[in-house]
Design a binder for this molecule. Structure first.
Ligand code: SIN
Length: 460
């Protein structure tokens, strides 16, 4: 493959490097290799696969700094967060190296004396994985590690903005002794053309995708053509509920952690912050101070907390959400403007109300909108009044309320006094328009396994 496309640093506009620009024919060739590799990989024991995964984890951790710098250059994440992400990415590999050994089956109590009934679990087959730019390493290992542990071969197509990290991860897999055909990366500037052969080919048995709900719906429909297994981790619009009995200082630190991580470019970012009217003033004062103190700058600088947005489309969306809110009566207590290049000022909005875009759509930027409420029923209804259902957060010291509200929230993930609930061994995923299936923990392995029922009639 001789064609390439450029990867641009969003902080500087400089070229970071070039990635191979695959065509539909390249995709077909990758599928052939993946299909041929699958039975050989499936035939290995979970212990053999686990050994290779552990070696891959080691190579990832040995390359932590280089991978972190590459990610920061590709998509602008502050370097300290990139280092954290490499550890997070290695954590998925670590977990699945072991969890693959626990793909247990069942011996089902029989209904007939001469029969034995088994339910076993087998790898689904070759997988097509499509990953986003906002976590260029962790979203790769969150999919590839369980797929490989289960015995599937994988072809991965990373986002155009951050292909180099994915390429490096596949190189590290090979350096660790992993077969190259078992985990391949196809990079392209034309994802529609390159994805088509995967959807057309019935031998590709599974689609796993993380990205926007809009694109996820299109891929879901395409996967139906050959009735593939599907996992979709799509958009979020997370509500963050702060009740009147909350530890305000702790809630504020956690709003900062979940809202401003990766400049607000995560699917689980607090997108709407509902504060009980009786504590609204105190929360706004403390949040304003914290938002003002955020250090915006060169993401390679160790002190930087907020880098650029990934691209012009991302910046335009954030700018439009803030402009719409202000035009409809909201007020920027801090920030509110686009900065140089692809930067947007960390922003705190108050007097945010129903009818503003920011309360209806995922913003994916460093903007914290505050809405006040007066009753539990009112705030639960507002939190659930969205097509999305990925993550929600609630802050209270009342145990009864913690259970009541977390059960009432229509979300796949709920953080109770916890702004950063995601971890490799817990289930991650949403309901409604936020997706299908779960990643992480034993649930993540199930997504790559089919149940096979075997009924054995014993000779008389
Ligand atoms: C995401 O935003 O897609 C992933 C966030 C996480 O794993 O914490």
């Amino acid at each position: 493959m001789s064609r390439t496309f450029n990867v641009i640093n969003p902080a500087t506009g400089a070229r970071v490097g070039a990635a191979p620009d695959a065509s539909a024919d390249d995709a077909r060739a990758a599928i052939e290799r993946s299909v041929a590799a699958f039975p050989l990989w499936k035939a290995k024991t979970a212990f053999e696969r686990g050994d290779l995964l552990r070696r891959w984890r080691d190579r990832i951790l040995q390359n932590e700094d280089a991978l972190a710098r590459l990610m920061t250059a590709e998509m602008g994440k502050p370097i300290t967060e990139s280092r954290g992400e490499v550890k997070y990415a290695a954590g998925f590999v670590d977990w699945y190296a072991e969890e693959g050994k626990r793909a247990y089956g069942d011996l089902i109590p029989t209904h007939a004396a001469g029969k034995r009934l088994l339910a076993t679990r087998q790898p689904v087959g070759p997988v097509y994985a499509v990953t986003p730019w906002n976590f260029p390493s962790a979203m790769v290992t969150r999919k590839v590690a369980p797929a490989l542990a289960a015995g599937c071969s994988v072809v991965l197509k990373p986002a155009e903005q951050s292909p180099l990290t994915a390429i490096r991860l596949a190189e590290l897999w090979v350096e660790a002794g992993g077969p190259a055909e078992v985990f391949q990366v196809v990079t392209t500037s034309d994802p529609v053309a390159v994805s088509e052969p995967f959807f057309a080919d019935a031998r590709v048995r599974k689609l796993t995708f993380t990205g926007s709900t809009e694109v996820g719906k299109l891929l879901y429909a395409q996967a139906a053509r050959t009735v593939k297994r599907v996992s979709l981790e799509l958009g979020g619009h997370a509500p963050f509920l702060i009740f009147e009995d909350a530890d305000i200082a702790h809630a504020v630190t956690q709003v900062m952690a979940t809202k401003f991580r990766n400049a607000g470019q995560t699917c689980v970012c607090a997108n709407r912050i509902y504060v009980h009217a009786s504590i609204r003033e105190a929360v706004v004062v403390q949040l304003a101070e914290a938002v003002r103190a955020l250090r915006v700058g060169d993401p390679l600088d160790e002190a930087t907390q907020i880098g650029p947005l990934v691209d012009r489309a991302g910046l335009d969306k954030v700018t439009a959400h803030v402009a719409d809110a202000i035009a409809k009566g909201a007020r920027a207590v801090v920030g509110g403007q686009a900065g140089q290049g692809l930067y947007f000022e960390p922003t705190l909005l108050v007097d945010v109300a129903a009818g503003m875009r920011i309360l209806e759509e995922e913003t994916f930027g460093p903007v914290a909108p505050i809405v006040s409420f007066t009753s539990e029923a009112e705030v639960i209804a507002a939190a659930n009044d969205t097509p999305y259902g990925l993550a929600a957060y609630l802050w209270t010291r009342d145990l009864g309320r913690a259970f009541r509200v977390s059960e009432a929230l229509d979300y796949g993930i709920v953080g109770v006094n916890d702004g950063l609930p995601a971890t490799p061994h817990a289930p991650f995923g949403g309901v409604k328009a936020s997706g299908v299936g779960r990643e992480g923990g034993r649930w993540g392995l199930d997504e790559y396994l089919d149940v096979k029922y075997v009924s054995i009639a014993l000779p008389a």
